[in-house]
Structure formats: structure tokens, C-alpha cells
Design a protein around this ligand. Structure first.
Ligand SMILES: NC(=O)c1ccc[n+]([C@@H]2O[C@H](COP(=O)([O-])OP(=O)(O)OC[C@H]3O[C@@H](n4cnc5c(N)ncnc54)[C@H](OP(=O)(O)O)[C@@H]3O)[C@@H](O)[C@H]2O)c1
Length: 350
């Protein structure tokens, strides 16, 4: 049996399951059987911006009026007409919420690129990495798409610290990408981190032990920061960002807009009285670092940091598994509504 889970573009809480026929493969094509994937706020972000200029609903086209929301996860090769990709081999990459997905592999070091996928903004999204099974795979399904952002941001913040910044303000401090960043920064000298989060998530964020200080959005003051500060925003919320700008006052040296947990109308940063926020697009930053230090060197450093982070998440992140279209739709709805506890990660199988 094969199916696609499709979401109404005008009501993201409404879904349908569409049975699909497995068309015969053309020469060069490979059919992937989706194994499992994570659903986090990044999934909600893809759906919320599905019809934006980023066109996330164009990646895996759906029937009229419906979108297929992209997810990140593992798949095995169910059928292959590519001489380079063996049946049974396993990959990690960008997938639809479906039982199957057909790709046209072009081999690259460590995996393949889907040469038929033209609707994505960067090779990052059409690259499928070879993935041997591992006991951390549920956590990897959740965090492998997010931790590159944490890892490269830690390096970027390190550069700000070298230039004199003493503290970092991180909003939506309970999101997994922010937690990865805070974990890495907690191992860097000379920088103090402040996590800014909802009142309901404050205790969780404190208990992580990665942030030096934790404040709730409604506890932010005016000119409350005493040392030069850099701001990493994961909210994209004009109101929350404005409150952080008032909190830091003239001490604020710069801002990156890295996430969209409370999205404004567009990807564009809101107008603010202070440093202009810079959009942070991890694939482009990664590419730049690889050009500077070498791809192998970057990947080796990244892999070591990710492995350590994944193992460490056992102390704060509980994986909630589910299977079938109803469980997937329910997890998506919960994440979209912000109802899933930050201490839980949803990993789904079709
Ligand atoms: N720039 C890049 O290249 C890049 C790369 C990876 C991820 N991202 C972005 O980073 C963001 C975080 O993703 P994630 O997967 O790490 O998130 P996550 O772990 O699923 O985040 C959960 C947290 O987000 C906040 N939140 C999300 N939806 C909410 C809602 N409807 N109502 C209230 N709070 C809500 C809450 O944090 P608080 O209460 O603490 O606000 C919640 O604890 C996403 O927008 C994603 O697109 C960007």
C-alpha cells in the first residue's frame, strides 16, 4: 500500500490521506521507502511558508489546494533502476509525509543528489546521505536537520566574542536548535548566554543547565543588559524581537534571525530600532565554512559534535514514536499549535 498525507493549504490543521499507485520506474530512478522522520517546529515552518516565495509546497507537489509538507528522515531503497544505488541501501534526506518517494540519484561523496529535484533553494535539500543504522537514529531524525544551524552559529558567535561581545541573548530558548547552540556555547570561554523563552517553558530551559541566565518574554526589561550583547533570534516575532532590543538597549551589537517559531507575515526581518537583523541560512554558511576549512575537515568536526550532542539529549529529550497517517497528522497538528512539550520529540513512521 502506498499513500501521501496531504495538508489543506488554506487550513493547515486539515489533512487527507491519498492512496497512490507506484508507477514503474524509468531508467536511472530509485524508489525510496520512507522509514521514519522527525516532526519539529522546522516542519511547521515549512508548512507556514509553504506558499511564500520559499515555496516549500513546491518541493513535493500535491493535488490542487493541498500541500505535502517536507520532513527530514531515513529511507531505504525499495526498488532501483540506477546502477549506482543498490536496493536495501539506506539514506537520510528530505522526504514527503508519504510511504514512498522517487528520486533520480547522481552520486556524490557520501551519498547522492536527486538531480530531478529542482524546486529547492540549495543542494542541501536534494542531498541524500548514506546512513548505516544506529541506536541514536530517532534522535538523529529529529536533530540532524537542526544541529548544523546550532553548530555553525556557535562558530559565528565565537567570532563575535573574539571581536569583544560578552554575552549572547537567545530567544525561543527551548527550541532544539537553540538548545544545541546553548550546549555548544556552554563549552566556550568568555561568553555568557541568556535564554529567553515562554513562562511555561522557563523551568525546562533552566533545568537544561546550558544557559547562564533564563528569562521569560514577559520579564524582559529596558536597558537591562550591562555588557555588549549579540542576539540570536529564533522567533521572527516582531513584538518579541522589539522587547529584546529594548532589553539590550545600546549594548546590542548585532542580530541574526535564525528561526521562525512565532512567525511574522514574512521571512523578512521586522523593522527594529537598532542593528538590522541578518537572515541566517545554514546551508549557505556551511558551504562558506567548507570552502574555508575544507569539506572533510568541516564534516569530521561536525560529526563529532553531533554525536556528542545526540548522546547528551538522553538527559532532556524523550522520543515519542508513532506510525500511520493519523499519528503523523496528529503530531504535525500538535507541533503547529505549539502544544508539544519541548522535552518531547515526535518521530513518525508511515
Ligand atoms: N536558519 C536556519 O538555517 C535554520 C535551521 C534549523 C532550524 N531553523 C528554525 O529554527 C526554529 C526552531 O526549530 P526547532 O525544530 O528547533 O523547534 P522545536 O524544538 O520544535 O521548538 C519548540 C519551541 O518553539 C516555540 N514554539 C514553536 N511553536 C510555537 C507555538 N505555536 N506557540 C508557542 N511557542 C511555539 C516554543 O519555544 P519558546 O517557548 O522557547 O519560544 C517551543 O518550545 C524553526 O523556525 C526552524 O525553521 C532555522
Amino acid at each position: 500500500m502506498s499513500w501521501d498525507l496531504v495538508i489543506a493549504r488554506n487550513d493547515l490543521t486539515s489533512h487527507e490521506v491519498r492512496q497512490t499507485a507506484l508507477a514503474p520506474l524509468r531508467p536511472g530512478e530509485v524508489r525510496l521507502a520512507v522509514e521514519r522522520f522527525g516532526i519539529t517546529t522546522v516542519t511547521a515552518t515549512y508548512a507556514l511558508f509553504g506558499d511564500s516565495p520559499m515555496q516549500f509546497f513546491g518541493v513535493f507537489p500535491g493535488p490542487d489546494g493541498f500541500g505535502r509538507v517536507p520532513v527530514w528522515g531515513f529511507a531505504t531503497v525499495a526498488e532501483s533502476r540506477s546502477p549506482d544505488v543498490a536496493e536495501g541501501s539506506r539514506y537520510f534526506g528530505y522526504l514527503p509525509m508519504s510511504t514512498h518517494h522517487t528520486v533520480t540519484p547522481e552520486i556524490v561523496p557520501g551519498g547522492f543528489v536527486d538531480s530531478a529535484q529542482q524546486a529547492v533553494p540549495h543542494d542541501w535539500y536534494r542531498t541524500y546521505e548514506i546512513a548505516a543504522p544506529d541506536e541514536l537514529d530517532d534522535r538523529r531524525a529529529l536533530l540532524h536537520p537542526l544541529f548544523p544551524c546550532s553548530f555553525t552559529l556557535a562558530g559565528y558567535v565565537g567570532q563575535q566574542v573574539a571581536a569583544g561581545v560578552k554575552s549572547v541573548l537567545i530567544s525561543s530558548a527551548s527550541c532544539k536548535t537553540a538548545i544545541g547552540l546553548a550546549d555548544l556555547l556552554s563549552k566556550q570561554d568568555g561568553v555568557s548566554t541568556t535564554g529567553i523563552t515562554s513562562g511555561a517553558h522557563k523551568a525546562f530551559v533552566k533545568d537544561l543547565g546550558f544557559y547562564d541566565h533564563v528569562v521569560a518574554y514577559d520579564e524582559l526589561g529596558t536597558d537591562a543588559v550591562t555588557d555588549s550583547a549579540f542576539f540570536v533570534d529564533f522567533t521572527n516575532s516582531a513584538d518579541r524581537m522589539r522587547a529584546v532590543y529594548q532589553h539590550a538597549g545600546a549594548r546590542l551589537t548585532g542580530t541574526v534571525l535564525a528561526g521562525f517559531t512565532h512567525p511574522s507575515e514574512s521571512f523578512a526581518p521586522p523593522q527594529l530600532d537598532g542593528p538590522e537583523p541578518q537572515l541566517y541560512f545554514t546551508p549557505a554558511v556551511e558551504q562558506q565554512i567548507m570552502a574555508e576549512v575544507g569539506t572533510d575537515e568541516y564534516r569530521a568536526r561536525y560529526r563529532a559534535a553531533e554525536q556528542e550532542f545526540l548522546a547528551g539529549t538522553k538527559s532532556w529529550l524523550v522520543v515519542r514514536n508513532g506510525s500511520g497517517p493519523d499519528a503523523i497528522a496528529e503530531s504535525f497538528r500538535t507541533v503547529l499549535a505549539g502544544e508539544l512539550s519541548p522535552s518531547v520529540g515526535a518521530v513518525l513512521r508511515p
